[in-house]
Design a protein around this ligand. Structure first.
Ligand SMILES: Cc1ncc(COP(=O)(O)O)c(C=O)c1O
Length: 384
C-alpha cells in the first residue's frame, strides 16, 4: 500500500477525509464506554446513549436553525433521506418538478415513480448547470406537489437559486425538497430563511462525520408517509407507526456509533464556523479553477464560483485515464466518470468523456492544490 501520509485527497465531495481527530476519539469512547441501544431500555447506559443522540439532533437543529429538533430524522446517508422524502410525499396523479443537475439519489426514485403514475418535469439547466427561474415558474401545474432540487451540483459545484425556488413553490402550494449533499457544512442551511420543507443532508461529507450517517429535516407544512415500518422503542402496543416525531420515521436501531462521531464533527464545525470553512474551501477551489485555466488546453466546467468542486478535462483524454494517472503516478485522489449524475453530464456536454472532479476539504492546503496543478500540467505535456 502507498504511504497515505503523502496522499493528496481531493475527493471530499464523495466523502470527507481526514475527519477531525476528535471524531475518531468520540467513536472510540462511545463504543468502549457503553454503546447501549437508545430508547430501548430504562438502564443508565441506554439513557446515556439517548442523551447523546438527542444532543446530536439538537446540534443539527441549530445548523438548520429549526426550533423543534424532533423534526430532524437520522438516516444512514443523504440517499435514504431523499428517498424518504420523495416516496413519502408523492402519490400517483401528483406532479413533481426537478432539474437536470440532480444526483441519481433524486432522479432514480423519481424515474421509478414515473412508472407508477407520478408526472415528472425535468427542467433543463444551461451548459454551466444554472437553473432559470423563468423555466421553473412555467413548469408548475395545478397538481404540482413537490419541487426536488439540488443546492449545488455534485459534478461542477454550480449553485441553484434555492431560496427563490422555494418561494415559487410556496406560491404554487407545492412542497420543496432540497438536496444539500454538497452544501451542508459549507453553506448556511437555515430552513426557515430558505423556506424549505424537506432538507436532506449526508453526515459524512462536509459535516465531517463518519459514513453511515445522514439526516432529513421535515418542516411543519409537510405531511410525510413513513417509508420504513418497525420498532421504535415507543408505543409498542400499537400496530400503527406512532405519530410522534422523530419516532415515526426512525424505525430500527440507530447508527449510534456513527451519531457519536457526527456529534463530535458538528462541534468542530460550530467552533471553526461555516464562514471560515467556506472561505477556505472556495478559495482553494478558485485556485484550482484558475490554475487549470492558466495551463491551457484544459476544459473547466460550471460557473467557477459555486460550491468547492472543480470539474475539468485534459483535452480529449478520457477522465478516468487522467484520474488514474493522478492517483497512480502522483498519489492524488480525485474522481472521474459520471459521478452518479448522468443528467448533469448531458447538461454540461460531458456525458461521453465524463470529467475529473476535484473537491478540496477543510484540511486541504494551498500547497496541495499547487502540487495537483503541477501534476495536471505534467500529464498535459506528456499526453497531448
Ligand atoms: C448531490 C448529491 N446528492 C445525493 C448524494 C448521495 O449522498 P449519500 O452518498 O450520502 O447517499 C450525493 C453523493 O455524492 C450527492 O453529491
Amino acid at each position: 500500500m502507498k504511504d497515505t501520509n503523502l496522499r493528496i485527497y481531493l475527493d471530499n465531495a464523495a466523502t470527507t477525509w481526514p475527519k477531525p481527530p476528535a471524531v475518531a476519539t468520540a467513536i472510540n469512547d462511545f463504543i468502549t464506554q457503553g454503546a447501549a441501544n437508545p430508547g430501548r431500555g430504562g438502564h443508565g447506559l441506554s439513557l446515556a446513549t439517548g442523551r447523546m443522540v438527542f444532543d446530536c439532533r439538537k446540534k443539527l437543529g441549530r445548523l438548520f436553525n429549526v426550533q423543534d429538533e424532533s423534526r430532524v430524522i437520522f438516516t444512514s446517508n443523504a440517499t435514504q433521506a431523499l428517498n424518504m422524502a420523495v416516496f413519502g410525499t408523492l402519490s400517483p396523479g401528483d406532479h413533481c418538478i426537478t432539474t437536470s443537475m440532480e444526483h441519481n439519489a433524486v432522479s432514480r426514485p423519481l424515474h421509478y415513480l414515473q412508472g407508477k403514475g407520478v408526472e415528472v418535469t425535468v427542467i433543463p439547466c444551461n451548459s454551466q448547470g444554472e437553473l432559470s427561474l423563468g423555466r421553473l415558474q412555467a413548469a408548475f401545474q395545478a397538481n404540482t406537489r413537490l419541487v426536488a432540487l439540488t443546492h449545488a451540483s455534485n459534478v461542477c459545484g454550480t449553485l441553484l437559486p434555492v431560496q427563490e425556488a422555494c418561494s415559487l413553490a410556496r406560491q404554487h402550494g407545492a412542497l420543496t425538497l432540497l438536496d444539500a449533499a454538497q452544501t451542508a457544512g459549507v453553506y448556511p442551511l437555515d430552513a426557515e430563511l430558505l423556506g424549505v420543507d424537506l432538507l436532506a443532508v449526508p453526515g459524512h461529507k462536509s459535516l465531517l462525520g463518519p459514513t453511515g450517517t445522514g439526516a432529513l429535516y421535515i418542516g411543519p407544512r409537510t405531511e410525510l408517509r413513513p417509508s420504513i415500518y418497525g420498532g421504535t422503542g415507543s408505543f409498542s402496543e400499537l400496530l400503527e407507526m406512532p405519530d410522534v416525531l422523530p419516532d415515526r420515521f426512525e424505525s430500527g436501531t440507530l447508527n449510534t456509533v456513527g451519531i457519536a462521531g457526527l456529534s463530535s464533527a458538528l462541534d468542530y464545525i460550530e467552533i471553526a464556523g461555516l464562514t471560515h470553512i467556506r472561505t477556505h474551501e472556495t478559495a482553494l477551489a478558485k485556485l484550482a479553477w484558475r490554475g487549470l485555466q492558466a495551463i491551457g488546453g484544459i476544459k473547466v466546467y460550471g460557473t467557477g464560483d459555486g460550491a468547492p468542486i472543480v470539474a475539468f478535462n485534459v483535452g480529449e483524454i478520457g477522465s478516468t485515464e487522467v484520474a488514474y494517472i493522478l492517483d497512480a503516478s502522483f498519489n492524488i485522489a480525485t474522481r472521474a466518470g459520471l459521478h452518479c449524475a448522468p443528467w448533469a453530464h448531458q447538461t454540461l456536454g460531458t456525458y461521453a468523456q465524463g470529467v475529473v472532479r476535484v473537491s478540496p476539504g477543510v484540511f486541504t492546503t494551498i500547497k496541495e492544490i499547487d502540487t495537483f496543478l503541477e501534476a495536471v500540467e505534467a500529464i498535459k505535456q506528456e499526453m497531448t
